[in-house]
Design a protein around this ligand. Structure first.
Ligand SMILES: [Zn+2]
Length: 472
């Protein structure tokens, strides 16, 4: 299996100043080929279980990617025209070539965005196409990609190996039976694809079908999840099952970072109100917050790393939600508090170095004011990398500039691609490596850090820290 050959400009994302750029080049050369650790993301484990060829260029690269179609939508292109499935099964575009052409016609919209960088990388380095994509070369690109996707070298496992991925985590709900992970494990394939425990559907009382979810949770765990003690026992059992399928982490996508530390009687009363239909205003939020503390308690027993991904106002556009459901590019960042929100959890467990809580944000104003000071103090807390809307060259640079002064490099955990777009994973990690090298090159050039130490940091950020933080 040949490695990926980079056909794009070798100095992309490096500083324009030639002296600093020369340092960045030297640093990057030492981390460019390190294996990829992808400890958090949303690829489909069925790809690696079945190892079937990917269907067509649009179904692989466009219609599942809300980063892509939210931009077209903002310019008046309907999601139906882009082939996004409707909840009611109504008419949408099914002709993959027409979707591809529509995308090519609108590719100029992505100028200056990270999506453009990732997409150019995939076209150039996976499919060996000339970039950029234009309406004029759209058909050639489509035919080239379609012809490659039927080759064995372009099946999911072959690409996983070509991309030099050492470990890849997917994310599943406790209601998932993990059959695809089981298939992967039984197959004898050596690629390391693991799951992560994302219990939002049975932790968030605002989830549609929450009570039905608890019934199914009870069945799967063999515990009476409609009582507080049974519910906690069900979590412990499902977490153990997930860990047996390779999980090293849990993940929590809450609207806020609020935590709570109720005593057992209060928690039980809250649970009864939430589950048996007498919820008061604030109960759902309080319950989610209490559950973060319960999850931390369980993490101390079973060792799973706890990730908190707060601050997205989900499904901001009710019309789109009604028509297409969740994850269609209508999630919007909100201002997020951490200092008081995390205090109950940190009061209880923040001083324990055996616990690992990785906190993310969609609110960049919290980096230097709240998150770096918290992570630069509490042994249990680490900072997740620039995330989602901030997963961009500028976002990554802002993250380093605003957190390093207080948290240093070693209270951060390297890069997460957090993506559904499998083919873009190497591109995303490459952007992170280049930006970290650019940041370090500046420190070297300003004589704040010797180059040999910067080299060590670059390798730690690219490889050692994610491995250590996620116990991979
Ligand atoms: Zn995620």
């Amino acid at each position: 299996m040949t490695a990926v050959i980079d056909r794009l400009h070798p100095d992309r994302l490096f500083p324009a100043d030639p002296a600093i750029r020369a340092v960045a080049r030297r640093l990057y050369a030492t981390v460019r080929d390190l294996p990829i650790i992808s400890p958090h993301g949303h690829t489909d484990p069925q790809w690696f279980a079945d190892n079937a060829p990917f269907p067509d260029p649009a179904a692989l690269l466009l219609t599942p990617d809300h980063y892509v179609f939210r931009m077209l939508y903002s310019q008046g292109v309907s999601l139906e025209a882009f082939g996004v499935a409707r909840v009611d099964g109504g008419e949408t575009q099914r002709d993959a070539r027409r979707i591809w052409r529509l995308f090519a016609e609108h590719y100029f919209l992505f100028r200056g965005t990270p999506s453009r960088m990732w997409f150019d990388w995939v076209l150039a380095n996976v499919f060996e196409l000339d970039v950029p994509l234009t309406p004029a070369n759209a058909d050639v690109a489509y035919d080239t990609i379609a012809a490659k996707l039927v080759q064995d070298d372009f099946r999911p496992r072959a690409l996983f190996e070509r991309f030099n991925i050492e470990a890849l985590a997917t994310t599943e709900s406790p209601l998932d039976d993990l059959r695809h992970h089981q298939t992967i494990r039984n197959s004898g394939w050596r690629g390391r694809v693991i799951t992560a425990y994302r219990p939002d559907p049975v932790v968030d009382p605002d989830t549609i079908g929450f009570r039905d979810n608890l019934q199914r949770f009870a069945q799967l765990a063999g515990e009476d999840a409609l009582t507080w003690q049974g519910y906690l026992a069900a979590h412990r059992k499902r977490r153990a099952f997930f860990a047996s399928m390779g999980a090293t982490s849990t993940d929590h996508g809450h609207p806020t970072a609020n935590t709570a530390d109720l005593d057992d009687r209060e928690a039980q009363e809250l649970f009864n109100r939430v589950v048996h239909g007498e919820m008061r205003a604030g109960d759902a939020e309080l319950f989610r917050g209490q559950m973060l503390t319960e999850m931390a308690r369980m993490s101390l027993d079973d060792g799973l790393v706890l990730q908190i991904h707060p601050g997205a106002c989900r499904n901001h556009n009710p019309m789109l939600f009604e028509r297409f459901g969740a994850n269609v590019g209508a999630d919007i960042p909100t201002a997020t508090n951490y200092v008081t929100a995390l205090k109950p959890l940190l009061n209880r467990f923040g001083n324990d170095p055996k616990l690992s809580i990785i906190v993310f944000t969609l609110d960049e104003t919290s980096y230097s004011r709240e998150l770096a000071p918290l992570a630069g103090h509490y042994p249990a807390m680490k900072l997740g990398p620039a995330w989602w809307f901030h997963d961009s060259p500028e976002g990554m640079m802002r993250f380093r500039e605003q957190t390093t002064e207080t948290a240093g490099f070693y209270n951060t955990v390297g890069f997460n691609d957090d993506t559904r777009a499998f083919l873009s994973i190497p591109a995303r990690h490459d952007v992170a490596r280049r930006i970290d090298c650019a940041f370090l090159a500046r420190l070297v050039s300003e004589h704040r850090l010797p180059e040999d130490e910067a080299m060590q940091v670059a390798a730690d950020l690219a490889y050692t820290l994610p491995k250590r933080a996620y116990k991979l």
